[in-house]
Write a protein that binds this ligand. Structure first.
Ligand code: NAI
Length: 394
């Protein structure tokens, strides 16, 4: 099969296995080039391990600290006439690279919200790995079947209270237009909190604790986003922001649980806005990211997922001293994004962006190439004319 990108709105419905492997390898090379992180994680469970921040975390743990990693993810394998989703190929590439480096790597593909996947994970960790010292919660999902009630909760990306109008971009067509999003209903808010809030993270930690699989002093981290005022109505003060507040509530409870268990800790890391499958679905945010990339690349401070997580490990979690926390008890990996000078430049460009000025004033090209890389397209050294087998198995 010769695979080409087929972009439909904010998704690409094809993925390239060789390109995905090259993308994973780029991240491994980045971590290795920074040398080992001493006192890093030894045994890590990553929930949401196949793409974006979760994959980068798994790579940093394995190739920066020699950690054994167990990854939970939800991806679709290839079918007769269509390739798999990128996380499927990424996971195969990661496992192959980890094993050839002599590292334990196991992954489970299934719904992390379900009791069945939690139980299977617990059993595999008990049988093969023993207690974990790091649990990373990096799920981004549009829906959750609640394990107790069976209710299907669907998350929405909407403002709360008032309608929100702002510019947005169709990243594929390069068209900038105004979008007005009506406020979420109470039910939609509750559903979004059920999907992207902290309850499932707590259920994971309880399952691991009950099974005796948390090492004394274990750490757990989940990822959040705050961003600038221009995106607050849709992010921080919107349905997803309320879900992230709930994630912070869960962090405090899990922190107390881990503290009582050999002085472990749990916390939220607020990360930078980056092109991932999850962020591309949020209105307005891809346009903000395109402007942000332009400003940060010019300033020389741009980072991707792997740079962010390498920095989280090296300068915060495993730096030999305590975490530097903000007033809300969060780690701020978005510090460079939120620098006043960066935000001043973004705010100055924002009103000038139109379809006509998009290419000049924003890094829409960089956005597009990062987006295609998520699906394994546009990687240096990959022969995209080659006929390749899309049916890879773990
Ligand atoms: P992503 O879409 O790249 O990754 C999501 C991961 O979750 C994938 O591995 C996917 O397989 C897995 N997943 C989704 N549903 C699942 C399910 N039911 N069962 C098992 N696995 C499932 O997303 P991204 O952007 O890396 O997001 C991860 C976290 O980072 C989220 O909490 C997000 O809010 C946060 N974050 C993202 C930022 C961004 O700009 N992309 C910025 C700051 C925080």
């Amino acid at each position: 099969m010769i695979l080409r990108p087929k972009v439909r709105g904010f998704v690409c419905i094809t993925a390239h296995p060789v390109g995905c492997a090259a993308h994973v390898q780029e991240q491994i090379d980045y971590v290795r080039s920074h040398g080992p992180i001493s006192n890093g994680p030894k045994k890590a469970l990553i929930i949401g391990a196949s793409t974006g921040y979760g994959l980068a975390t798994r790579i940093a743990a394995a190739f920066g600290s020699g950690a054994a990693t167990f990854g939970v993810y939800y991806d679709r394998p290839s079918e007769e006439d269509r390739p798999a989703t990128p996380g499927w190929y990424n996971t195969i590439a990661f496992e192959r690279a980890a094993r050839s480096a002599g590292l334990y790597a196991r992954s489970l593909n299934g719904d992390a919200f379900s009791d069945a996947i939690k139980q299977q994970t617990v059993e595999a960790i008990r049988n093969e790995l023993g207690a974990v010292d790091l649990v990373v919660y990096s799920l981004a999902s549009p829906r959750r079947v609640h394990p107790r009630t069976g209710v299907i909760h669907k998350s929405v990306l909407k403002p709360v209270g008032l309608p929100y109008t702002n510019k947005t971009v169709d990243t594929d067509l390069g068209i900038v237009s105004d979008i007005t999003i009506e406020p979420a209903t109470e039910q939609e808010i509750a559903d979004t909190v059920a999907v992207m809030g902290g309850e499932d993270w707590e259920l994971w930690m309880q399952a691991l604790q009950t099974a005796g699989l948390l090492a004394p002093g274990a750490t757990s981290v989940a990822y959040s986003y705050i961003g600038p005022e221009v995106t607050w109505p849709i992010y921080r003060n919107g349905t997803i922001g309320l879900a992230k507040n709930d994630l912070e509530r869960a962090a405090r409870r899990i922190d107390a649980l881990l503290d009582a268990h050999g002085h472990g800790r749990a916390f939220i890391s607020v990360n930078k806005a980056l092109v991932t499958q999850a962020s591309s679905a949020i209105p307005v945010v891809p346009l903000y990211i395109s402007v942000l990339y332009k400003v940060m690349k010019a300033q020389g401070t741009h980072e991707g997922c792997i740079e962010q997580i390498q920095r989280l490990f090296a300068t915060q979690m495993y730096n030999g001293s305590s975490l530097a926390l903000d007033d809300g008890g969060r780690v701020r990996l978005d510090d460079r994004e939120m620098q006043p000078e960066v935000q001043r430049q973004v705010a100055a460009l924002w009103p000038r962006i139109t379809t006509e000025t998009l290419a000049e004033l924003t890094d829409i090209q960089g956005y597009r190439s990062e987006f295609l890389k998520l699906f394994g397209f546009g990687l240096a050294g990959v022969d995209y004319e080659a006929d390749i087998d899309p049916h890879l198995k773990l």
